[in-house]
Design a protein around this ligand. Structure first.
Ligand code: RIB
Length: 352
């Protein structure tokens, strides 16, 4: 045992994998079914194990061998009404297969991340559905090194080596922008999701693509920062109301922000869509109950949840996932409702 013993941090399977230049799955195979590995690979893993004195966490492995029939569902924000139908789809698939589930409301909390890692590491769940766009980790311990089956739903995780189920965000955003352009809007605004969020990136890309294709200069677009909350919609509307020359149409990266914006501009006496057309994204139930009803892009929320949970059941029960299932992208139709209409300026003006 060399210098690694001096390192106070407990050794993890990922450390052995890095030293041997193999994946964590290969290390795990070397420890459980060495006969399945090539001699050279096995020798490299054994050498790393010998050098470090690594002993696999037997307790966790034994616990994992016992099935709990429980799945952990990680969401970024349980207060977001978007998730109710996704969870309904998840519940349908999981309960149909005899599984229960518990929810981890991640937010930006380090404590929550620690709780989530602890739950998985202590073998309390058979699988994890990640709806938050990243693999939770805490203090160097990542879910990806714990050997538990995972599936990403809604928010894709680029480069992840497990199945993903997402909506066609880019294509839908492009269609939403084309809808506004086809109504004659040329002074456009975009209300963004959280910076760095993959959904925000995909939707912004689709929106921008459509504008560029229509010859609308992106520098003419007013970009408002946001974070997928009603409050962000209200804040953007306050900036919009203060502008001397206002956009005639707003593309909001989700419905909550669109509704926050809509309520604020209407309270200030503006007409929707007469003074400003508003388009959202998600198709949450509330979008049909605001006045005027919100034009939006309807994500197949229940189907996203069902598909993700069914794939996880397969992974947890050892049923192979086909290449087509490994990355599912569901279409997002446009629901043209009352909050969008023809541009009040006939598309003639430009933002200063
Ligand atoms: O993160 C999931 C959902 O939250 C997204 O689709 C986005 O629209 C937001 O409402």
């Amino acid at each position: 045992v060399d210098d690694f013993a001096k390192d106070r941090r407990p050794l993890r399977i990922a450390d052995i994998a890095a030293m041997a230049g193999v994946s964590t799955a290969t290390v795990s195979r070397a420890l459980t079914s060495p006969e399945k590995l090539r001699a050279g690979t096995l020798a490299r893993v054994n050498e790393a194990v010998a050098r470090t004195g690594y002993t696999p966490n037997l307790a966790a492995r034994v616990l994992r061998a016992r099935r709990t029939m429980v799945v952990l569902v990680v969401v970024p924000d349980i207060a977001n009404p978007f998730f109710s139908d996704v969870l309904r789809g998840i519940d349908e698939s999981l309960s149909g297969a005899g599984y229960g589930w518990l929810i981890g409301n991640l937010g930006n909390s380090r404590e929550k991340a620690q709780e989530i890692v602890d739950i998985v590491q202590s073998g309390q769940v058979d699988g994890v559905l990640l709806l938050n766009g990243s693999i939770p980790e805490y203090d160097g311990r990542s879910l990806s090194s714990l050997g538990v089956p995972m599936v990403a739903v809604c928010e894709a995780i680029p480069g992840a080596d497990f199945p993903q189920v997402e909506a066609q965000n880019l294509e839908a955003a492009r269609e939403g922008a084309v809808h506004l352009l086809s109504l004659g809007h040329r002074r456009l605004a975009y209300l963004a999701g959280p910076s760095g969020n993959i959904l925000e990136q995909q939707r912004r890309a689709g929106f921008c693509e459509a504008l560029v294709a229509a010859g609308v200069a992106l520098r003419s677009v007013r970009f408002y920062p946001g974070d997928f909350t009603f409050a962000a919609g209200r804040a953007a509307a306050t900036g919009f109301l203060a502008a001397t020359v206002r956009p005639t149409a707003l593309f909001a990266a989700n419905d909550e922000m669109a509704i926050g914006f809509l309520k604020t501009v209407r309270t200030a006496g503006l007409a929707v869509p007469g003074d400003i057309s508003i388009l959202g994204f998600d198709g949450i139930a509330f979008a049909d109950f605001v006045e005027p009803t919100l034009t939006t892009l309807r994500q197949p929320r229940q189907a996203l949840g069902q598909a993700g949970a069914s794939l996880l059941v397969k992974a947890m029960t050892g049923v192979p996932v086909t290449a087509a299932e490994a990355h599912i992208r569901l279409p997002v139709p446009l629901l043209a409702r009352a909050s969008t209409g023809p541009a009040s300026d006939g598309g003639q003006h430009r933002i200063r």
